[in-house]
Design a protein around this ligand. Structure first.
Ligand SMILES: Cc1ncc(COP(=O)(O)O)c(C=O)c1O
Length: 467
């Protein structure tokens, strides 16, 4: 089989896989031992027919080993699907196989990235001159933003962190909401800032309280400070009051970063539930979550292009780099050197959806989340623990004995029963020391019928687990 035939056959296989989503169980059914038996073996010592390799590989993987993450009944973690234009564009990215670190070797993908970045900034209502970077996900988007922040607050103290590192530098204080996502302190760890953070109180739904930020910053004035808030709590979906937090942070000369991996796209709605979002200093988001672009793609956006560039840029004699102020080399803005043209699927997603389409996905997922909450809350012994302000629902299944330990045990048992059943898939979490079922509606394909069938399956599972 030549390459064209192999690609055609593989495309047919991929199309069949996508067409089958939603027909079978959502959960993986394969036994890990069976997967290893099918995939493992001695290191291949010589060539094999590529078509046979793909057949064996895909046959083994697709035989119950995949989670139907792109089906309309997958509600685990915060995982979006892939709108058709972005999926097709992603195939082209692989076929083009461009290294998009520099402009000169791949001008078209670099221009696509320039345009996609500008569109994202515009859709989110952020300052038009903001810089951006397309990275692997929210973790690296937070890391890139915090690297820009680290540069900025230390340069203001006369310290060149890129040249001299952190030994001997003024200690950078990282102030975060009590509900900060783990990827933020992890980013701080990677950047040598350490994961020791100063906590700020949050309200009942997990949103940061501006008055408490004011208290924290006023209590210890002086150190270079980076404040991290979030748009979209990973459990409750709560949106921090970014504009107010930005005003407080700036009064104290601090940088405000917004981790919007989940919820930044809500800013496309009219009215935006994120007033004052544009007053922050940096933002991160995921395209592979709510924009429904295939894995992987996160985005960093920065109000201070000079600080962003200073934190990331690199030069070498053998590279063909654009003169300042001319073309845009992604390597000046990204932590990666060689990289995939991951802005291309974002370009295609936005081109196909438009502003109204993105806002519609957000609004529809939020409405589905509210419907889930209503359907489940109508059942005796089921409590919704969060205020459903976005696409997230936290559900607790109560035990007859009224004890917290009993509620925890029943909730975990219901989650396990739902996962075994396969009608839909969702996971668990802990909210305020209480075990919860966590529902995230992030896929554009989810329909009201999916929500109703899934809620019915959850209630069936709950009835099967004694209270
Ligand atoms: C609020 C928040 N920030 C950051 C991340 C990390 O994003 P990623 O998994 O794309 O690296 C997540 C992941 O769910 C998240 O919910």
């Amino acid at each position: 089989m030549d390459e064209s035939e192999l690609l055609r056959a593989t495309a047919e296989r991929a199309i069949a896989y996508r067409a089958g989503l939603g027909r079978g169980p959502v959960n993986p059914t394969a036994d890990p031992a069976a997967l290893r038996a099918a995939l493992d073996g001695p290191t291949p010592q010589g060539p094999s027919d590529p078509a046979a390799v793909i057949d064996a590989l895909a046959g083994a993987v697709e035989d119950g080993g995949l989670m139907a993450m792109d089906s309309g009944r997958f509600f685990g973690f915060v995982i979006g699907g892939a709108v058709p234009a972005s999926l097709a564009a992603d195939w082209l990215v692989t076929a083009w196989d461009q290294n998009t670190g520099l402009f000169a070797p791949s001008p078209a993908t670099a221009v696509v990235e320039e345009v996609a970045g500008r569109w994202v900034v515009d859709l989110l209502g952020l300052p038009p001159a903001s810089s951006f970077a397309f990275v692997t996900g929210g973790q690296m988007a937070n890391t890139t933003a915090l690297a820009a922040a680290r540069h900025h607050v230390l340069a203001a103290r006369g310290w060149d962190v890129e040249l001299d590192g952190l030994a001997g530098a003024p200690r950078v204080r990282l102030v975060v909401g009590e509900e900060v996502h783990v990827s933020v302190p992890r980013a701080a760890r990677l950047l040598g800032l350490g994961s020791r953070t100063v906590p700020v109180a949050v309200d009942a739904n997990g949103a940061m309280v501006p008055a408490d930020l004011e208290r924290v910053l006023a209590e210890h004035p002086g150190p270079p400070t980076v404040v991290c808030c979030q748009a979209g709590n990973v459990n409750t979906g709560a949106l921090d009051p970014v504009g107010e937090l930005a005003d407080v942070a700036h009064r104290h000369d601090a940088w405000l970063h917004v981790d919007g991996a989940i919820g930044l796209w809500a800013a496309t709605c009219d009215p935006s539930p994120l007033p004052g979002l544009d007053r922050a200093d940096s933002w991160s988001t995921d395209a592979h979550k709510w924009l429904n672009v295939p894995y992987d793609c996160g985005i960093t956006i920065c109000r201070h292009p000079d600080s962003h560039r200073a934190a990331m840029t690199v030069a070498a004699a053998y590279l063909v780099q654009a003169a300042p102020g001319t073309d845009r080399d992604p390597v000046d803005w990204n932590p990666e050197f060689s990289r995939r043209a991951r802005a291309v699927p974002v370009y295609a997603a936005i081109a196909s959806l438009g502003r109204s389409g993105v806002a519609e996905i957000v609004a529809r997922c939020n409405a589905h989340a509210r419907r889930f909450a209503d359907l489940l809350a109508a059942e005796p012994g089921v409590a919704i623990l969060n205020e459903v302000v976005l696409n997230q629902v936290l559900v607790r299944f109560l035990a007859a004995d009224g004890h917290e330990a009993g509620h925890d045990a029943r909730t975990r048992a219901v989650i396990a029963a739902v996962q075994r059943d396969g009608t839909c898939w969702l996971g668990g979490s802990t909210w305020r020391d209480q075990a919860v079922m966590r529902i995230s509606v992030s896929n554009y394909v989810t329909t009201e019928a999916d929500v109703e069938a899934s809620a019915a399956a959850i209630l069936r599972a709950a009835r099967s687990v004694p209270g």
